[in-house]
Design a protein around this ligand. Structure first.
Ligand code: UDX
Ligand code: UDX
Length: 463
Protein backbone atom coordinates (compact mmCIF):
# COMPACT_ATOMS: atom_id res chain seq x y z
CA UNK A 1 0.00 0.00 0.00
CA UNK A 2 1.32 3.41 -0.98
CA UNK A 3 0.44 6.38 1.17
CA UNK A 4 -0.34 9.61 -0.68
CA UNK A 5 -1.94 11.68 2.09
CA UNK A 6 -0.90 11.98 5.71
CA UNK A 7 -2.66 13.83 8.50
CA UNK A 8 -1.02 14.65 11.82
CA UNK A 9 -3.14 15.71 14.78
CA UNK A 10 -1.11 18.01 17.02
CA UNK A 11 1.16 20.78 15.67
CA UNK A 12 3.48 20.88 18.68
CA UNK A 13 7.18 20.29 19.30
CA UNK A 14 6.92 16.77 17.93
CA UNK A 15 4.18 16.94 15.28
CA UNK A 16 5.44 20.14 13.63
CA UNK A 17 9.10 19.25 13.00
CA UNK A 18 8.42 15.55 12.27
CA UNK A 19 5.83 16.31 9.61
CA UNK A 20 7.94 19.11 8.13
CA UNK A 21 10.78 16.65 7.57
CA UNK A 22 8.51 13.93 6.14
CA UNK A 23 7.04 16.51 3.75
CA UNK A 24 10.48 17.76 2.75
CA UNK A 25 11.75 14.26 2.03
CA UNK A 26 8.58 12.92 0.38
CA UNK A 27 7.33 15.66 -1.98
CA UNK A 28 4.79 13.26 -3.49
CA UNK A 29 2.97 12.86 -0.16
CA UNK A 30 0.53 15.56 0.93
CA UNK A 31 1.09 16.18 4.64
CA UNK A 32 -1.50 18.15 6.61
CA UNK A 33 -0.81 19.05 10.22
CA UNK A 34 -3.92 19.96 12.18
CA UNK A 35 -4.41 21.42 15.61
CA UNK A 36 -7.32 22.76 17.63
CA UNK A 37 -5.23 25.78 18.59
CA UNK A 38 -5.91 28.44 15.93
CA UNK A 39 -3.10 30.73 17.11
CA UNK A 40 -0.58 27.91 16.77
CA UNK A 41 -1.74 27.07 13.24
CA UNK A 42 -1.61 30.75 12.29
CA UNK A 43 1.96 30.90 13.55
CA UNK A 44 2.92 27.83 11.49
CA UNK A 45 1.40 29.55 8.46
CA UNK A 46 2.94 32.95 9.24
CA UNK A 47 5.17 34.76 6.74
CA UNK A 48 7.94 35.36 9.25
CA UNK A 49 9.82 32.07 9.67
CA UNK A 50 11.53 33.45 12.78
CA UNK A 51 8.18 33.27 14.50
CA UNK A 52 7.29 29.60 14.02
CA UNK A 53 5.68 28.27 17.23
CA UNK A 54 8.58 25.89 17.76
CA UNK A 55 12.15 27.12 17.68
CA UNK A 56 14.51 24.48 16.28
CA UNK A 57 17.76 25.18 14.44
CA UNK A 58 17.24 24.50 10.71
CA UNK A 59 13.46 24.08 10.94
CA UNK A 60 12.74 27.36 9.17
CA UNK A 61 14.50 26.14 6.02
CA UNK A 62 12.64 22.83 5.99
CA UNK A 63 9.30 24.59 6.42
CA UNK A 64 10.18 27.17 3.76
CA UNK A 65 10.88 24.40 1.27
CA UNK A 66 7.80 22.26 1.85
CA UNK A 67 5.07 24.60 3.07
CA UNK A 68 2.43 25.30 0.45
CA UNK A 69 3.94 22.59 -1.79
CA UNK A 70 2.95 19.45 0.09
CA UNK A 71 2.99 20.64 3.71
CA UNK A 72 -0.12 22.32 5.09
CA UNK A 73 -1.18 23.55 8.52
CA UNK A 74 -4.88 23.78 9.29
CA UNK A 75 -7.53 23.70 11.99
CA UNK A 76 -9.94 21.69 9.83
CA UNK A 77 -9.31 18.41 11.62
CA UNK A 78 -12.21 16.45 10.07
CA UNK A 79 -11.28 17.30 6.51
CA UNK A 80 -7.67 16.24 7.03
CA UNK A 81 -8.75 12.99 8.69
CA UNK A 82 -11.15 12.18 5.85
CA UNK A 83 -8.53 12.71 3.16
CA UNK A 84 -5.64 10.84 4.73
CA UNK A 85 -4.75 7.16 4.50
CA UNK A 86 -2.40 7.50 7.45
CA UNK A 87 -3.05 9.57 10.60
CA UNK A 88 -0.42 10.41 13.19
CA UNK A 89 -1.57 11.21 16.72
CA UNK A 90 0.83 13.71 18.17
CA UNK A 91 -1.17 15.45 20.85
CA UNK A 92 0.20 16.09 24.31
CA UNK A 93 -0.08 13.46 27.03
CA UNK A 94 0.78 15.35 30.24
CA UNK A 95 0.94 13.82 33.70
CA UNK A 96 -2.53 13.73 35.27
CA UNK A 97 -3.25 16.60 37.64
CA UNK A 98 -6.43 15.08 39.12
CA UNK A 99 -8.06 11.86 40.24
CA UNK A 100 -6.64 8.34 40.11
CA UNK A 101 -2.95 8.37 39.19
CA UNK A 102 -2.68 12.12 39.85
CA UNK A 103 0.93 13.25 39.50
CA UNK A 104 1.96 9.87 38.04
CA UNK A 105 -0.15 8.50 35.21
CA UNK A 106 -0.37 10.05 31.74
CA UNK A 107 -3.56 11.92 30.96
CA UNK A 108 -4.87 10.20 27.86
CA UNK A 109 -7.89 12.44 27.47
CA UNK A 110 -6.57 14.05 24.27
CA UNK A 111 -5.54 10.78 22.71
CA UNK A 112 -8.97 9.30 23.32
CA UNK A 113 -10.62 12.40 21.85
CA UNK A 114 -8.46 12.01 18.76
CA UNK A 115 -9.42 8.34 18.40
CA UNK A 116 -13.10 9.22 18.67
CA UNK A 117 -12.76 12.01 16.15
CA UNK A 118 -10.91 9.75 13.71
CA UNK A 119 -13.62 7.11 14.05
CA UNK A 120 -16.39 9.65 13.48
CA UNK A 121 -14.82 11.41 10.51
CA UNK A 122 -13.39 8.45 8.60
CA UNK A 123 -15.05 7.14 5.47
CA UNK A 124 -12.40 4.59 4.50
CA UNK A 125 -9.91 2.26 6.22
CA UNK A 126 -6.97 4.01 7.91
CA UNK A 127 -3.63 3.43 9.49
CA UNK A 128 -3.41 5.26 12.81
CA UNK A 129 0.09 5.95 14.11
CA UNK A 130 0.80 6.74 17.76
CA UNK A 131 3.51 9.38 17.76
CA UNK A 132 2.78 10.73 21.25
CA UNK A 133 4.58 8.92 24.05
CA UNK A 134 2.03 6.68 25.65
CA UNK A 135 1.86 4.19 28.46
CA UNK A 136 2.39 0.68 27.23
CA UNK A 137 -0.83 -0.96 25.96
CA UNK A 138 -2.48 2.31 24.95
CA UNK A 139 -2.77 1.05 21.38
CA UNK A 140 -5.29 -1.48 22.69
CA UNK A 141 -7.51 1.31 23.99
CA UNK A 142 -7.19 3.31 20.78
CA UNK A 143 -8.08 0.24 18.72
CA UNK A 144 -11.05 -0.53 20.93
CA UNK A 145 -12.46 2.96 20.47
CA UNK A 146 -11.88 2.95 16.72
CA UNK A 147 -13.41 -0.50 16.27
CA UNK A 148 -16.45 0.25 18.38
CA UNK A 149 -17.26 3.78 17.35
CA UNK A 150 -16.22 3.73 13.67
CA UNK A 151 -18.54 2.93 10.76
CA UNK A 152 -17.37 -0.66 10.47
CA UNK A 153 -14.10 0.46 8.88
CA UNK A 154 -10.80 -1.30 9.52
CA UNK A 155 -8.09 0.47 11.44
CA UNK A 156 -4.50 -0.60 11.89
CA UNK A 157 -2.68 0.88 14.86
CA UNK A 158 1.06 1.43 14.71
CA UNK A 159 3.37 2.72 17.39
CA UNK A 160 6.13 4.97 16.02
CA UNK A 161 7.68 6.72 19.00
CA UNK A 162 9.67 9.88 18.52
CA UNK A 163 13.28 9.93 19.61
CA UNK A 164 14.12 13.46 18.55
CA UNK A 165 15.64 15.67 21.20
CA UNK A 166 14.61 19.30 21.27
CA UNK A 167 17.24 21.69 20.02
CA UNK A 168 18.51 19.07 17.58
CA UNK A 169 15.13 17.90 16.27
CA UNK A 170 15.83 18.51 12.59
CA UNK A 171 19.23 16.82 12.76
CA UNK A 172 17.74 13.87 14.68
CA UNK A 173 14.92 13.51 12.18
CA UNK A 174 17.18 13.70 9.13
CA UNK A 175 19.77 11.30 10.50
CA UNK A 176 18.17 9.17 13.22
CA UNK A 177 20.07 6.45 15.12
CA UNK A 178 17.00 4.34 14.48
CA UNK A 179 13.34 4.57 13.60
CA UNK A 180 11.08 2.27 15.57
CA UNK A 181 7.79 0.98 14.21
CA UNK A 182 5.58 -1.39 16.17
CA UNK A 183 2.53 -3.07 14.73
CA UNK A 184 0.28 -6.11 14.71
CA UNK A 185 1.81 -9.40 13.67
CA UNK A 186 -1.17 -10.17 11.40
CA UNK A 187 -0.83 -9.81 7.58
CA UNK A 188 -2.81 -6.53 7.74
CA UNK A 189 -0.56 -5.32 10.55
CA UNK A 190 2.52 -6.16 8.52
CA UNK A 191 1.13 -4.33 5.51
CA UNK A 192 0.59 -1.23 7.65
CA UNK A 193 4.12 -1.47 9.04
CA UNK A 194 5.51 -1.75 5.50
CA UNK A 195 3.61 1.35 4.41
CA UNK A 196 5.27 3.39 7.15
CA UNK A 197 8.67 1.76 6.61
CA UNK A 198 8.49 2.82 2.97
CA UNK A 199 7.99 6.46 3.94
CA UNK A 200 11.00 6.56 6.26
CA UNK A 201 13.11 4.52 3.83
CA UNK A 202 13.03 7.51 1.48
CA UNK A 203 15.88 8.95 3.54
CA UNK A 204 16.72 6.55 6.38
CA UNK A 205 18.87 3.46 5.62
CA UNK A 206 16.69 0.32 5.90
CA UNK A 207 18.91 -1.31 8.55
CA UNK A 208 18.13 1.58 10.89
CA UNK A 209 14.37 1.02 10.65
CA UNK A 210 13.45 -1.44 13.40
CA UNK A 211 10.10 -3.19 13.47
CA UNK A 212 8.63 -4.84 16.56
CA UNK A 213 5.30 -5.72 18.07
CA UNK A 214 3.25 -2.78 19.34
CA UNK A 215 3.91 -3.32 23.02
CA UNK A 216 7.68 -3.53 22.62
CA UNK A 217 7.62 -0.31 20.66
CA UNK A 218 5.53 1.53 23.26
CA UNK A 219 7.69 0.26 26.10
CA UNK A 220 10.96 0.96 24.27
CA UNK A 221 10.19 4.65 24.17
CA UNK A 222 9.61 4.81 27.92
CA UNK A 223 12.68 2.69 28.54
CA UNK A 224 14.95 4.79 26.33
CA UNK A 225 13.97 7.96 28.19
CA UNK A 226 14.25 6.26 31.58
CA UNK A 227 17.80 5.08 30.77
CA UNK A 228 18.86 8.53 29.54
CA UNK A 229 17.38 10.25 32.58
CA UNK A 230 18.97 7.67 34.85
CA UNK A 231 22.41 8.55 33.48
CA UNK A 232 21.85 12.22 34.30
CA UNK A 233 20.65 11.40 37.81
CA UNK A 234 23.57 9.04 38.29
CA UNK A 235 26.16 11.64 37.36
CA UNK A 236 24.31 14.24 39.43
CA UNK A 237 24.47 11.93 42.44
CA UNK A 238 28.22 11.67 41.87
CA UNK A 239 28.44 15.48 41.56
CA UNK A 240 27.34 15.84 45.17
CA UNK A 241 29.92 13.32 46.24
CA UNK A 242 32.57 15.24 44.25
CA UNK A 243 31.76 18.45 46.07
CA UNK A 244 32.62 16.94 49.44
CA UNK A 245 35.62 14.88 48.33
CA UNK A 246 37.41 17.39 46.06
CA UNK A 247 36.97 15.13 43.08
CA UNK A 248 35.88 16.96 39.91
CA UNK A 249 32.75 15.61 38.25
CA UNK A 250 33.90 16.57 34.72
CA UNK A 251 37.07 14.57 35.22
CA UNK A 252 35.12 11.62 36.59
CA UNK A 253 32.69 11.80 33.65
CA UNK A 254 35.56 11.88 31.16
CA UNK A 255 37.26 8.96 32.84
CA UNK A 256 34.22 6.71 32.96
CA UNK A 257 32.89 7.86 29.56
CA UNK A 258 36.08 6.64 27.89
CA UNK A 259 34.99 3.10 28.72
CA UNK A 260 33.20 2.06 25.53
CA UNK A 261 30.77 0.00 27.58
CA UNK A 262 29.64 3.17 29.34
CA UNK A 263 30.04 5.76 26.56
CA UNK A 264 30.53 9.49 26.89
CA UNK A 265 27.06 10.89 26.21
CA UNK A 266 24.54 12.04 28.82
CA UNK A 267 27.15 12.36 31.54
CA UNK A 268 26.98 16.13 32.01
CA UNK A 269 26.24 16.99 35.60
CA UNK A 270 23.66 19.77 35.76
CA UNK A 271 21.15 21.60 37.89
CA UNK A 272 18.76 18.80 36.92
CA UNK A 273 17.06 17.43 33.84
CA UNK A 274 13.85 18.93 32.50
CA UNK A 275 11.78 18.63 29.36
CA UNK A 276 8.40 17.22 28.58
CA UNK A 277 9.49 13.60 28.50
CA UNK A 278 11.94 12.34 31.10
CA UNK A 279 9.93 12.90 34.25
CA UNK A 280 6.59 12.11 32.65
CA UNK A 281 7.79 8.88 31.09
CA UNK A 282 9.44 7.62 34.26
CA UNK A 283 6.39 8.47 36.36
CA UNK A 284 4.40 6.59 33.82
CA UNK A 285 6.62 3.55 34.11
CA UNK A 286 6.51 3.75 37.90
CA UNK A 287 2.74 3.94 37.80
CA UNK A 288 2.36 0.98 35.47
CA UNK A 289 4.83 -1.11 37.48
CA UNK A 290 2.97 -0.39 40.68
CA UNK A 291 -0.37 -1.17 39.12
CA UNK A 292 1.01 -4.62 38.22
CA UNK A 293 2.30 -5.00 41.80
CA UNK A 294 5.97 -4.67 40.76
CA UNK A 295 6.96 -2.46 43.67
CA UNK A 296 10.72 -3.06 43.52
CA UNK A 297 10.74 -2.08 39.84
CA UNK A 298 8.68 1.01 40.59
CA UNK A 299 10.90 2.07 43.52
CA UNK A 300 14.03 1.58 41.44
CA UNK A 301 12.94 3.99 38.70
CA UNK A 302 11.27 6.44 41.04
CA UNK A 303 14.66 7.11 42.60
CA UNK A 304 15.78 8.73 39.32
CA UNK A 305 13.12 11.42 39.82
CA UNK A 306 13.89 11.83 43.51
CA UNK A 307 17.56 12.40 42.73
CA UNK A 308 16.60 15.00 40.13
CA UNK A 309 14.33 16.84 42.57
CA UNK A 310 17.12 16.74 45.11
CA UNK A 311 19.60 18.24 42.62
CA UNK A 312 17.30 21.19 41.85
CA UNK A 313 16.64 21.86 45.53
CA UNK A 314 20.32 21.54 46.35
CA UNK A 315 21.20 24.18 43.77
CA UNK A 316 18.69 26.63 45.27
CA UNK A 317 19.80 25.90 48.83
CA UNK A 318 23.42 26.46 47.89
CA UNK A 319 22.57 29.92 46.54
CA UNK A 320 20.79 30.79 49.77
CA UNK A 321 23.62 29.47 51.93
CA UNK A 322 26.26 31.35 49.94
CA UNK A 323 24.32 34.60 50.23
CA UNK A 324 24.68 34.46 54.03
CA UNK A 325 21.54 32.37 54.54
CA UNK A 326 19.14 35.00 53.33
CA UNK A 327 18.01 36.06 49.87
CA UNK A 328 15.13 38.19 51.12
CA UNK A 329 14.88 41.25 48.86
CA UNK A 330 18.11 40.35 47.06
CA UNK A 331 18.28 40.50 43.29
CA UNK A 332 19.30 37.16 41.80
CA UNK A 333 19.78 36.90 38.05
CA UNK A 334 18.84 33.80 36.08
CA UNK A 335 20.62 33.38 32.77
CA UNK A 336 18.45 30.88 30.93
CA UNK A 337 14.97 29.54 31.56
CA UNK A 338 14.57 26.90 28.81
CA UNK A 339 15.11 23.27 29.90
CA UNK A 340 18.14 23.04 27.58
CA UNK A 341 19.81 25.22 24.98
CA UNK A 342 18.52 25.85 21.45
CA UNK A 343 14.86 25.49 22.33
CA UNK A 344 12.14 27.83 23.55
CA UNK A 345 10.52 24.94 25.43
CA UNK A 346 10.38 25.32 29.21
CA UNK A 347 8.35 22.30 30.27
CA UNK A 348 9.68 20.90 33.56
CA UNK A 349 12.70 23.18 33.30
CA UNK A 350 14.91 23.13 36.41
CA UNK A 351 14.78 26.96 36.34
CA UNK A 352 11.10 26.90 37.35
CA UNK A 353 11.73 24.90 40.50
CA UNK A 354 14.88 26.76 41.49
CA UNK A 355 12.99 30.04 41.08
CA UNK A 356 10.09 28.74 43.14
CA UNK A 357 12.43 27.78 45.95
CA UNK A 358 14.11 31.19 45.96
CA UNK A 359 10.79 33.02 45.73
CA UNK A 360 9.65 31.19 48.85
CA UNK A 361 12.61 32.90 50.50
CA UNK A 362 11.41 36.22 49.05
CA UNK A 363 14.21 36.77 46.57
CA UNK A 364 13.81 39.18 43.64
CA UNK A 365 14.53 37.25 40.46
CA UNK A 366 15.52 38.77 37.14
CA UNK A 367 15.46 36.44 34.13
CA UNK A 368 17.10 36.66 30.73
CA UNK A 369 16.65 33.86 28.18
CA UNK A 370 17.46 34.35 24.48
CA UNK A 371 14.34 32.49 23.27
CA UNK A 372 11.78 32.27 26.05
CA UNK A 373 9.11 34.99 26.33
CA UNK A 374 8.14 36.72 29.57
CA UNK A 375 4.62 35.43 29.06
CA UNK A 376 5.82 31.83 29.16
CA UNK A 377 7.98 32.40 32.24
CA UNK A 378 5.05 33.83 34.18
CA UNK A 379 2.77 31.05 32.94
CA UNK A 380 5.27 28.45 34.22
CA UNK A 381 5.32 30.05 37.67
CA UNK A 382 1.57 30.59 37.80
CA UNK A 383 1.05 26.93 36.94
CA UNK A 384 2.80 25.90 40.16
CA UNK A 385 0.11 27.67 42.14
CA UNK A 386 2.60 28.44 44.92
CA UNK A 387 1.71 32.14 44.96
CA UNK A 388 -0.64 34.51 43.18
CA UNK A 389 0.00 35.66 39.60
CA UNK A 390 0.36 39.21 40.97
CA UNK A 391 3.11 38.11 43.33
CA UNK A 392 4.93 36.27 40.55
CA UNK A 393 4.90 39.45 38.47
CA UNK A 394 6.00 41.52 41.43
CA UNK A 395 9.00 39.38 42.39
CA UNK A 396 10.11 38.16 38.98
CA UNK A 397 11.30 40.52 36.27
CA UNK A 398 12.04 39.40 32.73
CA UNK A 399 14.39 41.48 30.59
CA UNK A 400 15.72 41.33 27.04
CA UNK A 401 19.29 42.27 27.75
CA UNK A 402 21.70 40.05 29.71
CA UNK A 403 23.79 42.96 31.00
CA UNK A 404 20.72 44.74 32.29
CA UNK A 405 19.67 41.44 33.89
CA UNK A 406 22.94 41.17 35.83
CA UNK A 407 23.18 44.81 36.90
CA UNK A 408 23.05 45.32 40.67
CA UNK A 409 22.46 41.69 41.43
CA UNK A 410 23.97 39.73 44.30
CA UNK A 411 24.26 36.55 42.31
CA UNK A 412 24.07 35.29 38.75
CA UNK A 413 22.90 31.73 38.18
CA UNK A 414 23.28 29.83 34.90
CA UNK A 415 20.21 27.63 34.43
CA UNK A 416 20.51 26.79 30.71
CA UNK A 417 23.68 26.08 28.71
CA UNK A 418 23.07 28.67 25.94
CA UNK A 419 26.34 29.15 23.96
CA UNK A 420 26.08 32.94 24.06
CA UNK A 421 26.56 33.02 27.84
CA UNK A 422 30.18 31.93 27.43
CA UNK A 423 31.07 34.87 25.18
CA UNK A 424 29.68 37.61 27.41
CA UNK A 425 31.94 40.36 28.73
CA UNK A 426 32.16 38.91 32.23
CA UNK A 427 34.37 41.70 33.49
CA UNK A 428 31.66 44.20 32.61
CA UNK A 429 29.10 42.00 34.38
CA UNK A 430 31.34 41.68 37.44
CA UNK A 431 31.77 45.43 37.69
CA UNK A 432 28.03 46.03 37.51
CA UNK A 433 27.18 43.53 40.27
CA UNK A 434 26.97 44.00 44.02
CA UNK A 435 30.02 42.66 45.87
CA UNK A 436 30.99 40.01 46.62
CA UNK A 437 29.76 38.97 43.16
CA UNK A 438 28.63 35.36 43.24
CA UNK A 439 28.20 33.09 40.29
CA UNK A 440 26.39 29.73 40.30
CA UNK A 441 27.05 27.73 37.17
CA UNK A 442 24.29 25.12 37.01
CA UNK A 443 25.62 23.83 33.67
CA UNK A 444 29.39 24.02 34.13
CA UNK A 445 29.83 26.00 30.92
CA UNK A 446 31.84 29.04 32.02
CA UNK A 447 35.64 29.28 32.43
CA UNK A 448 35.64 29.19 36.21
CA UNK A 449 39.33 29.91 36.78
CA UNK A 450 39.20 33.06 34.65
CA UNK A 451 36.08 34.24 36.42
CA UNK A 452 37.74 33.71 39.78
CA UNK A 453 40.64 35.85 38.61
CA UNK A 454 38.15 38.62 37.82
CA UNK A 455 36.99 38.41 41.42
CA UNK A 456 33.87 36.26 41.13
CA UNK A 457 33.04 33.72 43.81
CA UNK A 458 32.20 30.74 41.67
CA UNK A 459 30.11 27.76 42.63
CA UNK A 460 29.79 24.99 40.06
CA UNK A 461 28.18 21.55 39.99
CA UNK A 462 30.40 18.76 41.26
CA UNK A 463 33.55 20.84 41.62
C1 UDX B 1 4.88 15.47 22.23
C2 UDX B 1 4.25 14.11 22.40
O1 UDX B 1 3.10 14.03 21.70
C3 UDX B 1 4.15 13.77 23.85
O2 UDX B 1 3.55 12.57 24.06
C4 UDX B 1 5.55 13.71 24.28
O3 UDX B 1 5.69 13.14 25.50
C5 UDX B 1 6.09 15.11 24.26
O4 UDX B 1 6.09 15.54 22.96
P1 UDX B 1 4.51 17.89 22.01
O5 UDX B 1 4.47 17.91 20.52
O6 UDX B 1 5.78 18.29 22.66
O7 UDX B 1 4.10 16.48 22.53
O8 UDX B 1 3.32 18.63 22.68
P2 UDX B 1 2.74 20.04 22.37
O9 UDX B 1 3.82 20.93 21.86
O10 UDX B 1 1.95 20.41 23.55
O11 UDX B 1 1.77 19.79 21.13
C6 UDX B 1 0.57 19.11 21.15
C7 UDX B 1 -0.43 19.84 20.27
O12 UDX B 1 -1.62 19.07 20.16
C8 UDX B 1 -0.86 21.21 20.80
O13 UDX B 1 -0.57 22.19 19.83
C9 UDX B 1 -2.36 21.05 21.03
O14 UDX B 1 -3.09 22.23 20.74
C10 UDX B 1 -2.71 19.93 20.08
N1 UDX B 1 -3.93 19.22 20.42
C11 UDX B 1 -4.13 18.72 21.65
C12 UDX B 1 -4.91 19.02 19.43
O15 UDX B 1 -4.75 19.48 18.31
N2 UDX B 1 -6.03 18.30 19.74
C13 UDX B 1 -6.27 17.81 20.97
O16 UDX B 1 -7.30 17.18 21.20
C14 UDX B 1 -5.27 18.03 21.97
C1 UDX C 1 14.53 13.46 25.30
C2 UDX C 1 15.20 12.29 24.58
O1 UDX C 1 16.61 12.55 24.48
C3 UDX C 1 14.59 12.10 23.21
O2 UDX C 1 15.15 10.98 22.56
C4 UDX C 1 13.10 11.90 23.39
O3 UDX C 1 12.46 11.74 22.16
C5 UDX C 1 12.49 13.06 24.13
O4 UDX C 1 13.13 13.23 25.39
P1 UDX C 1 14.70 16.10 25.20
O5 UDX C 1 13.95 16.05 26.48
O6 UDX C 1 14.20 16.96 24.11
O7 UDX C 1 14.81 14.64 24.57
O8 UDX C 1 16.22 16.55 25.50
P2 UDX C 1 17.51 15.81 26.08
O9 UDX C 1 18.64 16.23 25.24
O10 UDX C 1 17.30 14.37 26.25
O11 UDX C 1 17.70 16.51 27.50
C6 UDX C 1 16.82 16.28 28.58
C7 UDX C 1 17.28 17.01 29.81
O12 UDX C 1 18.44 16.40 30.37
C8 UDX C 1 17.65 18.47 29.59
O13 UDX C 1 17.17 19.26 30.64
C9 UDX C 1 19.16 18.43 29.56
O14 UDX C 1 19.72 19.67 29.91
C10 UDX C 1 19.45 17.36 30.58
N1 UDX C 1 20.76 16.73 30.42
C11 UDX C 1 21.03 16.01 29.31
C12 UDX C 1 21.72 16.84 31.42
O15 UDX C 1 21.49 17.49 32.44
N2 UDX C 1 22.94 16.23 31.25
C13 UDX C 1 23.23 15.50 30.14
O16 UDX C 1 24.35 14.98 30.06
C14 UDX C 1 22.26 15.39 29.13
Amino acid sequence: MKVSKICCIGAGYVGGPTMAVIAQKCPEIKVTVVDINQARIDAWNGEDLDKLPVYEPGLDKVVAEARGRNLFFSTDVNKAIKEAEMIFISVNTPTKTYGEGKGMAADLKWVELCARQIAAASEKDKIVVEKSTLPVRTAQAVKDILDNTGNGLRFQILSNPEFLAEGTAVEDLLDPDRVLIGGDTTPEGKEAIDALVEIYATWVPKERILTTNVWSSELSKLTANAFLAQRVSSINAISELCEVTEADVSEVARAIGADSRIGSKFLKASVGFGGSCFQKDILNMVYISRSYGLHEVADYWEQVIKMNDHQKARFAKNIIKSLYNTVNGKKITFLGWAFKKDTNDTRESAAIYVADHLLNEQAQICVYDPKVSAEKIYADLDYLNTRSPEENRKYVKVVNDPYEACMDSHAVAILTEWDEFVSYDWEKIYNAMLQPAQLFDGRNILPHQELKKLGFRVSAIGK
